[in-house]
Write a new protein. Structure first.
Length: 367
């Protein structure tokens, strides 16, 4: 199957080809046609499976620069994901004829208000900042054609249910609703069905694909010697681009200072890092100007960067699901990846749960 057979026009296919995208992923194969046809869609697929393009391609095909009103709203749980979606949208908007507004916290609202004086065709927003604009009456959602809830599971987890309700109340009565999520628990389904009419449900089963493609190892160490063990492993591996996960902001900051002191090219992102700095760091990491990105789970949620070859779990994740989510950031799009987890004696119980979920014993690496 190719993008042409899914009904995507030649202009968009040309843009995809220039970006090295030739073949649609399973979630794109299943989603694009019903979205183009105007159906409500619930899509379940893991991070890194091409969900963003699954909804952006049909949106860009259907959106019209001639209509002087906001036609599409994309809601995202985090600033990082909103930025990422915006960057993908800009790649498709080669002629700059579609006016896109990225509205998220940490960004100057004055600049956003200034942009709103022009016609905005597509809004990509976090719920809190969008509500600010709705209350200021600077955004009109009364003529929306499509609303997308991206990473809906995370929106609920982060407590945005009331905000979503308020936003939907001011949206146009008749619009297409798309709901995409890495997991589809009862809460997400309840939320989706509340705003949908006879939705098409798409479930792409791929939790183990990424895991099978990833070489996994464990280094048994102690808290005292963990930094030294990490430094040894990084010098041996010298990865092209790697993400190092820490459990807390404090531990991430401490690790960055130690690593920078011994010459590693690294930066840290977490919720206390100012938004402008986070954007600068993420851009530098995407361009491979930074070799190591040190991150907490919340800050890394939704980050989809091609080229990440290695994931290091400096701190053991709290759950097997979190482990799978972390390591799923490497080995994407059919590439092989590598992950290494550093285990102190107190983490043995967590490691047991992870290995039980994966149904195999992760090989030990000697350092």
């Amino acid at each position: 199957m190719n993008f042409k057979s899914l009904g995507i026009n030649e202009n968009l296919i040309e843009i995809l080809n220039k970006n090295g995208i030739k073949t649609p992923t399973p979630i794109q194969c299943e989603s694009i046609v019903p979205i183009l046809n105007g159906s409500d869609v619930i899509g379940e697929a893991k991070t890194g499976t091409g969900k963003t393009l699954a909804f952006l391609l049909p949106i860009f095909q259907n959106i019209s620069a001639k209509n002087n009103f906001t036609q599409v709203l994309i809601l995202s749980p985090t600033r990082e994901l909103a930025i990422q979606i915006t960057e993908e949208a800009k790649k498709l908007n080669v002629n700059d004829d579609i006016n896109i507004l990225a509205a998220y916290g940490g960004r100057d609202i004055g600049g956003q208000l200034k942009k709103l004086k022009n016609t905005i065709h597509l809004i990509i927003a976090t719920p809190g900042r969008l509500l600010d604009h709705i209350e200021r009456k600077t955004i009109d959602l009364s003529k929306l054609n499509t609303v997308i809830l991206d990473e809906a599971d995370q929106m609920l987890l982060m407590g945005f249910r009331n905000e979503i309700d308020k936003i939907m109340k001011v949206a146009s009565r008749k619009h297409q609703t798309l709901c995409f999520s890495a997991t589809m628990g009862p809460d997400v389904k309840k939320l989706a069905y509340r705003y949908m009419a006879d939705p098409i449900v798409i479930n792409i089963k791929s939790p183990t694909i990424a895991v099978e493609k990833i070489k996994q190892e464990v280094v048994e160490t102690t808290d005292r010697w963990k930094q030294e063990a990490l430094a040894t492993v990084l010098k041996e591996d010298n990865p092209f681009m790697a993400i190092i996960f820490c459990r807390t902001k404090r531990r991430a900051n401490a690790l960055e200072m130690s690593m920078a002191r011994i010459g590693f090219n690294c930066e840290t992102i977490h919720s206390d890092v100012p938004q402008s700095k986070r954007e600068r760091i993420m851009k530098a990491f995407r361009n491979a100007d930074i070799q190591y990105l040190i991150a907490t789970d919340v800050a890394a949620r939704g980050i989809d960067i091609s080229g990440v070859t290695h994931i290091y779990n400096y701190d053991c994740p709290e759950t097997p699901e979190s482990y799978i989510h972390r390591i799923g950031r490497t080995g994407r799009a059919g590439e092989d990846g590598y992950t290494c987890m550093f285990i102190a004696p107190k983490d043995e119980g967590l490691l047991y749960d992870i290995e039980k979920t994966l149904s195999f014993t992760i090989p030990r690496r000697e350092v």
